[in-house]
Design a protein around this ligand. Sequence first.
Ligand SMILES: Cc1ncc(COP(=O)(O)O)c(C=O)c1O
Length: 409
Amino acid sequence: MEQSKELLNDPVNIKQQFPIFSKFPELVYLDNAATTQRPQQVIDRINDFHQRENASIRRGVYQLSARATQEFEAARSTVANFFKAPQDDSIAFTQGTTESVNIVSRSIISNKLKSGDNVVVSLLEHHANFIPWQMLCQVTGSELRVVPITKSGDLDLNKLDSLIDSRTAVVAIVHISNTLGTINPIKEVIQAAHLKEVPVLIDAAQSAALYPIDLTELDCDFLVCSAHKMFGPFGVGVLYVHPRHHRQVKPYNYGGGIIRSVKVERTEFLPYPYLLEAGTPNVTGVIGLSEAIRFIETLDRENLVKHLHKLTHIVRRELADIDGLSLVANPTLNSSIVSFSLAGIHPHDIASFLNEDTIAVRAGQHCTQPLLDYLGFSATVRASLSIYNNLQDVDKLVGSTREMKDFWT
Ligand SMILES: Cc1ncc(COP(=O)(O)O)c(C=O)c1O
């Protein structure tokens, strides 16, 4: 059913688009940085594909396969348009952000990295954008340089410039920190790196859904994200490679679907992006992602982000008021992610207690151990909001946290 834009952007109506909340009306879902919920529109599209369009792509000449192939390639255009990529064929489909970073590291950057070169990442990185670079540096004898953060949890831009030099192979930076919520000034990072002719990878896992990204304007070299954090399905992700690097990309997995010809003596591969899509791709996932983007495009993202920032501001203010509660960092620009700890109560106990009140938050290191080590926390509780969260959710989180504090002390 066609929904009007006004209807979709009303937070109550947005919630109604997500069937999990009618199944569990009490659920206060605050683990959106881990994965977002799926709207009916995406669930229906995936079901529809299974019921009426299911076929493997590329190989079939019959109608069903041709149609599925068409849908798959149309999804590539949908993703490219959404991110304003310079060309549709700049987009490759992967399993997710983690695989996309590994591909850039092992199928592109590794080809040019030599002993004595370096890779620049930041202390805010998720392990997915940290370990692949650390491993690559170890095997090539290169140096991993880590941009520090300031006390408030912002990227230390003054240090960034001095870490990039003529031997930097890539700067790999997260757009929004999944632990602190810091929104990094990626435009400035890209400009600083490009002044020294160094390519930049942007990890947009936390930003791709709601913060408009214009790849043509940004001019970054690589961008990675995951469908499941964009109201889409698990197991599918995006890799954007700027056309200036297409010819340098080597296959990541070998197998069917990526070849021009195979002889006993040698194999010739298709160009990027097809040489990265070996084997039968996650066709349903890609079609689900495409539908998720159609869903996002019906939203007034600017207003929703403002609404989210307001709610997050309330969460921070109210939580900070609880005796013994510490907010972990206070970034200048932060999205809708709040990490905190409570003196004397282990984060896992806090999350379990909140779970008793049907509040879903995450406790742990959020795949950012170097960051937590630096900040001096062994773990934190993380509440991360999305478009279906409202003031009642925030009140419930703050109320339950207060109750727990009183109960425990
Ligand atoms: C900033 C960031 N980068 C990378 C990832 C890894 O994403 P995925 O597990 O979908 O590959 C995550 C997941 O939480 C993330 O938040």
